[in-house]
Design a protein around this ligand. Structure first.
Ligand code: MG
Ligand code: ZN
Length: 222
């Protein structure tokens, strides 16, 4: 007889243990880590820019830009005057907890309050790999369609927040935010939704006010 070794199960179990270590270390240092996920072109970087601008007077912010290659997003973020590091995943289509731990180490978070990880643009495996963040935020943009929760259920199941971006284009793309939300809530009743547009700025006041409250609650709890 031979052994059937469930490689994938093993990898994600090891990753989950590593992610817990990251979460504990960040709690210890009082650094609120946010894992920002979404498809390529969903508007992760532009959403990040508006979010950082709303938070940077209150918190010392760092950003880890994860990409398979290139540094275009890191350059854009650096212009905001926040601490940034570009992480090259070397062809990997997601960040895992170990890569995140190394990135946090290189960034040096001792002088930071909030760190955003802009994950690799992908709705599939970033959802499978917990990186140890205090908050998982996913972006669904209107052009992608309101059926995405049906096609990529895990992303909506694991995320704490769903940002429906490019909401100014919803009529053009026949995107129904209520349908998208109903489908996401079917998978994850606790998901917190916001409609916004990184282009016009609409919706950002509500999202960033909620985020500040969430960060404050986390900082004062146990
Ligand atoms: Mg980007
Ligand atoms: Zn991947």
């Amino acid at each position: 007889m031979f052994e059937v070794y469930e490689t994938k199960v093993r990898i994600t179990a090891d990753n989950d243990a590593e992610a817990e270590k990251v979460r504990e270390a960040m709690k210890e240092k009082k650094v609120f880590l946010i894992n920002l996920m979404g498809s390529p072109g969903a508007g992760k970087t532009s959403t990040l820019i508006r979010t950082i601008n709303a938070l940077k007077d209150d918190y010392r912010i760092g950003v880890m830009e994860a990409d398979m290659d290139s540094d275009v997003d890191a350059r854009t973020i650096e212009a905001l005057g926040v601490k940034v590091i570009q992480l090259h995943t070397g062809g990997s289509c997601h960040m895992d907890a170990d890569m995140t731990a190394r990135g946090l180490d290189r960034l040096n978070v001792d002088d930071l309050d909030v760190v955003f990880l802009e994950n690799v643009g992908n709705l599939v495996c970033p959802a499978e790999f917990d990186v140890g963040a205090a908050l998982k935020v996913m972006i669904l943009s209107a052009p992608e369609g309101d059926d995405k929760p049906l096609k990529y259920p895990l992303m909506f199941t694991v995320s704490n927040v769903m940002l429906m971006n490019k909401i100014d284009t919803k009529d053009v793309f026949d995107f129904d935010p209520e349908k998208a939300l109903a489908r996401a809530k079917n998978l994850n009743p606790d998901i917190v939704p916001f409609c916004l547009s990184a282009k016009t700025g609409e919706g950002f006041d509500a999202w960033t006010a909620w985020l500040k409250c969430t960060i404050e609650a986390w900082r004062t709890e146990g």
